[in-house]
Ligand binder design. Structure first.
Ligand SMILES: Cc1ncc(COP(=O)(O)O)c(C=O)c1O
Length: 435
């Protein structure tokens, strides 16, 4: 569900026409819908109400400060994986106690900051990191509440770049190693290992994979409890899907149906739960607004060349991801009723939708049937709110896009477009390097 709809033949975000946004903000621009963000958060809160989880929005999916402030105002905490994301969450007004902090490469400096602040759930990814965390907590003489990320060796059934729960990946520790580490930390004065963290990948379209991962985690919890280790926190991670095509992703209720029966007994024993959704909340809440520079017809192919491609939205070329796209002001009779490769509409033209970069991998869609696109037309690339702007780059010296947040009838520029001057600003002043 989202609030991007065609009204009178023209695509709107809530009450604002995308053509109006393009005229005011230019393109390429990411446009977010506040009502959609809120709707998704509330749907998750309702589906998982029986375990009353702290929903920690995954900052990496959509780190714009105004989006984070909106998410925080809904009562969410945040999942962060770097000092930069931590800074964003704090700037959005999130209390450190409502933060989950994961990532395989936390440094001494990052851990010192996290423990000093009192991050609510510090997720440890390895035996080596645990040793450092324990040392930092002791140096600071400050208690640290830790959860160990367990790698359940469950295939999330997603792209190989975003599968994180198999033992071939760099994330977490095996259940056997987890038992060993709980024993090792048993009497530590400051490092309190009292939780488990799971995150098997993204997007996980088969809710049953969560159940499989939980079976591994619950068996581990049983063994730990038998040895006298109290588990106070279970962080269930993120990974819930989004509708890149209409009706593609399981509903929050479907995910809850797979997860809740497994974990309700723990809730009754006082365990607190965290969820770390990013994509589910943000993906359908954003689109990428582009302008067609020209349509090139050559050697039997049609290339719709837009003013951004993989530099703004990396997912099609990096993950082979499908993103529905459609002109903002399509010809009469060509307004789609659902978002899929085959809209059933005619007449359409098969084309490659590409960006301006000097790379063949710079595409947003290959062999896609669209209404005939002409120079100056606006194109909307849907479901781009998650892992869109956050993965964008300045490749080919392209300035980063602008970001606009729409709430009802109001559109706000929440990140100005970078300028060409911005692109060289950090290189204008050189300095001799002294060791
Ligand atoms: C540890 C962790 N939690 C949560 C997420 C969010 O995943 P998603 O956006 O699919 O919900 C990720 C994504 O990579 C992650 O690495």
């Amino acid at each position: 569900m989202d609030h991007f709809q065609f009204k009178d033949g023209s695509l709107h975000c809530e009450g604002v026409a995308l053509a109006t946004i393009a005229a005011a903000a230019g393109t390429p621009t990411f446009v977010y819908s506040a009502a959609t963000l809120r709707h998704h958060i509330r749907a998750l809160q309702a589906a998982f109400a029986p375990i009353d989880p702290l929903i920690c929005f995954s900052v990496k999916s959509c780190p714009n400060l105004s989006v984070l402030r909106l998410v925080a105002a809904e009562g969410c905490g945040m999942d962060v994986v770097s000092p930069g994301e931590l800074q964003r969450a704090l700037a959005a007004g999130v209390a450190p106690s409502k933060l989950a902090y994961a990532g395989v490469g936390k440094t001494h400096t990052a851990l010192t900051e996290a423990i000093s602040l009192g991050v609510g759930c510090l997720n440890v990814e390895s035996a080596e990191e645990l040793e450092l965390v324990a040392r930092v907590a002791a140096e600071l003489r400050q208690p640290a509440s830790l959860a160990l990320r367990v790698n359940p060796d469950v295939d999330a059934g997603t792209h190989r770049h975003t599968t994180t729960g198999t033992k071939a990946t760099k994330f977490g520790v095996s259940p056997a190693r987890a038992e060993e580490l709980f024993e090792r930390m048993r009497d530590h004065s400051f490092a309190r290992l009292e939780g488990l963290h799971l995150h098997i990948g993204s997007p996980v379209l088969d809710a049953g994979r969560y159940a499989q991962a939980l079976d591994v985690a619950l068996a581990l919890i049983d063994r730990l409890q038998q040895r006298g280790h109290a588990i106070r926190t279970l962080d269930l991670g993120g990974g819930f899907g989004a509708d890149y095509e209409t009706g593609q992703a399981p509903t929050p209720d479907a995910y809850a149906a797979a997860i809740l029966p497994k974990v309700l007994p723990l809730k009754q024993r006082g365990v607190r739960f965290l969820l770390e959704p990013g994509r589910f909340i943000a993906a359908n809440a954003g689109l990428l607004l582009l302008r067609v520079i020209r349509t090139k017809r050559e050697s039997g192919k049609t290339f719709v060349i837009c003013d951004a491609g993989m530099n703004a939205l990396l997912r099609p070329s990096h993950y082979d991801a499908f993103h529905f796209m459609w002109p903002v002001q399509p010809p009469a009779g060509l307004v789609p009723t659902h978002r899929t490769t085959d809209t059933g509409l005619q007449p359409l033209e098969t084309c490659d939708v590409v960006g301006p970069l000097c790379e063949t991998g710079d595409y947003l869609a290959l062999e896609r049937a669209l209404p005939t696109m002409r120079e100056g037309d606006l194109l909307a690339v849907f479901t781009a709110g998650a892992y869109g702007m956050s993965m964008s780059s300045r490749y080919n010296a392209q300035p980063l896009p602008a970001e606009v947040l729409v709430d009802g009838g109001t559109a706000t520029l929440v990140r100005r477009r970078e300028t060409l001057t911005d692109l060289i600003a950090h290189e204008m002043h050189t300095a001799p390097l002294s060791a």
